[in-house]
Design a protein around this ligand. Structure first.
Ligand code: SAM
Length: 471
């Protein structure tokens, strides 16, 4: 059944089916009996369908909503524990030939400075990121076959992986670039990328076409089928997302769950991650012009319902969100966050005009050290782990680990060991003190005795210079 010809975009994201689901959810948003049935199924922690998920999202019964949030917290705890994986974006180039209405990199923007990092500039940026403590990056680029051809992206990935500066190393490069061909996805896979991330922006074809009036990205089907091609090209881990604020959130929520179901059905493995970006102010972009903005309450509900619908998919929240909003969704399902991010080309090293080329304003402007400190104060374990991907545990192999709940004997020690590396090499004295106490406490929660002893031994050797041990 796997790898048979996938249906076309308009079949697996069926507009008619989405509209039917939205009407069904509207009609049943007070239907206690149905909501109880859906919650009962959801408590098995194996996911629910898009049609069921949208009923939970629409539900406005206060007591049932409390149950929805409680279940999202339980699922988060069960599969991901209290670990939060850290990453940072790295903008390579803002040259772009697309006409995206919400993005300041659109081709018609003549006043934003255009910039593309040279390999030497990438080296400088990566060293700055390593000096902050980052081990995992998401590279970002506009779409421009002349300025940023795939060869440039591949060369940049090679440069990033090659830099070993002090104790630093980038161990996983995720890639967020425009939809491309199967052959190009194979080249990205061969370059050793982690997740291929591509946001759908909106699943509504009509809105999509209005928001993308020109350039290669205007082709809805080519963009929507990109993940099928990426997987055909050999990429196991793909990351979905919609840009909330562009279109009706109920439509896009239903669409993203359908997309996840499609990948699971036709490729045998669902998305590795789902991102939940919200539209932000940017150079010539006023988010208020788009009238689909969502409140913080709704944002939290969306995160909770995604967590319940697709328990095996990691969830990412970026610095587009405020500290307060991030804090609220951490225990509802988010498993990865960025910290100390710059959304401009050269933003980590450009001291004079760090934000000239920014793609959007970030809300959470704290340093990585502040974010790590804050997470630990809240009882989370910030993790710099990249082990699964490096040990070949990607796609269905990662999902098998997650489903078997063995993650606690693998991810937890890896998280603690990489946190200790961070504390030793990069943390402020206050962060280090809190972190060391937290590691002591968290080590005791590793169920397997041998793993616990090995992790403790390794952690006690880190100050002697040992690095990069992993389970
Ligand atoms: N050029 C690639 C593409 O078109 O898919 C790479 C993606 S771009 C560097 C990363 C993402 O930023 C986009 O997919 C979009 O969702 C998001 N983005 C663009 N403008 C934004 C804005 N004003 N506020 C928040 N996010 C924005």
């Amino acid at each position: 059944m796997y790898n048979v010809m996938s249906p076309k975009a308009e079949e697996f994201i069926s507009d008619e089916e989405i509209r039917e689901c939205l009407a069904y959810a509207e009609a049943n948003k007070h239907n206690r009996e149905l909501i109880d049935q859906i919650l009962e199924k959801a408590r098995k922690m194996k996911g629910i369908s898009h049609k069921e998920a949208i009923v939970l999202l629409d539900c406005d019964l206060e007591d049932k909503n409390e149950e929805i949030y409680a279940l999202a917290r339980e699922i988060k705890e069960e599969f991901y524990g209290n670990r939060i994986v850290m990453f940072a974006p790295l903008y390579l180039s803002n040259y772009c030939i697309n006409g995206c209405e919400y993005c300041p990199y659109h081709a018609k923007n003549r006043h934003i400075p255009r910039k593309k990092l040279t390999q030497e500039e990438i080296r400088q940026e990566v060293m700055a990121l390593q000096d902050m403590g980052h081990k995992r990056l998401a590279i970002e680029s506009g779409e421009d076959p002349v300025h940023n051809p795939l060869e440039y992206i591949l060369e940049s990935i090679q440069t990033i992986y090659s830099i070993k500066h002090k104790n630093g190393a980038i161990r996983r490069v995720n890639v967020n670039i425009a939809a491309t061909t199967v052959e190009n996805y194979t080249k990205l896979k061969d370059a050793g990328i982690g997740t291929y991330i591509l946001f759908q922006e909106t699943y509504n074809k009509e809105s999509y076409e209005a928001l993308h009036p020109s350039g290669p990205k205007s082709d809805y089907a080519y963009h929507t089928e990109a993940m099928d091609r990426a997987m055909e090209g050999g990429i196991d881990d793909v990351g979905l997302g919609v840009l909330f604020g562009l279109n009706n959130y109920r439509y896009d929520f239903t669409g993203i769950i359908m997309h996840a179901e499609h990948l699971e059905a036709y490729k045998g493995v669902g998305p590795h991650t789902i991102s939940v970006p919200r539209l932000r102010r940017a150079d010539d972009i006023d988010p208020d012009v788009f009238d689909n903005g969502i409140s913080d309450d709704l944002f939290a509900k969306i995160v909770a319902c995604i967590r319940i619908a697709v328990p095996y998919t990691g969830m990412i929240v970026s610095t587009r969100e405020s500290q307060q909003s991030r804090e609220r969704v951490l225990n509802l399902g988010v498993s990865q966050i960025s910290g100390g991010s710059r959304t401009s080309v050269g933003g980590y090293t450009d001291e004079e005009r760090p934000e000239d080329t920014a793609q959007f304003d970030v809300d959470d402007r704290r340093t990585l050290d502040e974010v790590v400190h804050w997470l630990m104060d809240l009882g989370y374990v910030p993790s710099f782990c990249t082990a699964c991907y490096r040990a070949g545990r990607t796609g269905d192999r990662f999902m098998a680990l997650l489903k078997s709940k063995q993650i606690v004997n693998c991810c937890h020690p890896n998280a603690l060991m990489t946190l200790k590396e961070y504390l030793e090499d990069y943390a402020s004295p206050e962060t280090k003190a809190i972190g060391e106490a937290l590691i002591e406490k968290e080590l005791q929660t590793i169920p397997n005795e041998q793993v616990r002893a090995k992790a403790a031994e390794y952690i006690s050797n880190i100050h002697l210079g040992q690095r990069d041990f992993r389970f």
